[in-house]
Design a protein around this ligand. Structure first.
Ligand code: ADP
Ligand code: MG
Length: 248
């Protein structure tokens, strides 16, 4: 059940500098509440991927704090594991296991991490494949799927862990144009069901229609954060105006 004001992601002044001196994140703060969809936009190299990777512990922050569903992402291995399990992530490249069937790709973490029986995992995998419209591909291998189908399997696989939040990093950027719509539709459906989402996207139509808020990053810093409709109608900062002029 939803508790409207419950924060699922809380970033407080997180900073990250890569060896070599690139300041990828510069004191970024963001709260995503349960059921919210936040679109993250900004130029290439602005720190969008780094921000997502820090949230599930794939990258370490230098300073600041990250709390996911009340659990601090600190040095405790148990906390890190819980957060990794509760944060679903979908990448631009689908990262499916090529030697496993579609069903096995979705089953595997349910069995290994969620400790479900093979039968329980299979039941959940079937439900999720129905949800993403791929019931008929259950026994196929990734090489037999189109890019859009692979990405829908990757989404089903992330959902199989019953995540508290889904992070999408340019989930449609590697797809041929005719396949973008089917993946965006799955993301729209998820949002409509109340899934909490943080989505890096270049799909401005999606951001405008589906996101409750937009976070605009440039050079690792939050330049602007506001309600999606207002952002697209009248961005308050010159850098966001300039970005929107380029993408539209
Ligand atoms: P975006 O996703 O917005 O394009 P990234 O988060 O990938 O941006 O990158 C932010 C900045 O950090 C860029 O300048 C990028 O070159 C740098 N960067 C990202 N990953 C690494 C890394 N592993 N090592 C060094 N620099 C990195
Ligand atoms: Mg990126």
């Amino acid at each position: 059940m939803h508790t409207p004001d419950r924060p699922i992601i809380e970033l407080s002044s997180i900073s990250k500098t890569f060896p070599g001196g690139v300041r990828a994140l510069d004191s970024v703060s963001l709260t995503v509440k349960e059921g919210e969809v936040v679109a993250v936009i900004g130029p290439s190299g602005s720190g969008k991927s780094t921000m997502l990777r820090c949230i599930n512990g794939l990258e370490e922050i230098d300073s600041g704090t990250i709390v996911v569903d009340g659990i601090p992402l600190d040095e405790k291995p148990a906390n890190r594991l819980t957060i990794r399990t509760e944060v679903g992530m979908v990448f631009q490249s689908f990262n499916l296991f090529p030697h496993l069937s579609v069903r096995e790709n979705i089953d595997i973490a349910q069995i290994r991490v969620r400790k479900r029986s093979a039968a329980q995992a299979e039941e959940r995998s079937r439900e999720l494949l129905a949800k993403v419209g791929l019931t008929d591909k259950i026994d196929a291998y990734p090489s037999q799927l189109s890019g859009g189908q692979k990405q829908r399997v990757a989404i089903a696989r992330a959902l199989a862990m019953d995540p508290k939040v889904m992070l999408f990093d340019e989930a449609t950027s590697a797809l041929d144009p005719e396949m973008i719509g089917e993946v965006l539709q799955v993301m729209r459906d998820l949002a409509a069901e109340g899934m909490t989402m943080l989505a890096v996207t270049h799909e401005m139509g999606f951001a405008r229609e589906v996101a409750s808020r937009v976070l605009f990053l440039d050079e690792g810093a939050v330049i602007e954060q506001q309600e999606a409709k207002a952002f697209f109608q009248r961005p308050s900062q010159e850098r966001s105006r300039e970005f929107l002029r380029k993408v539209f």
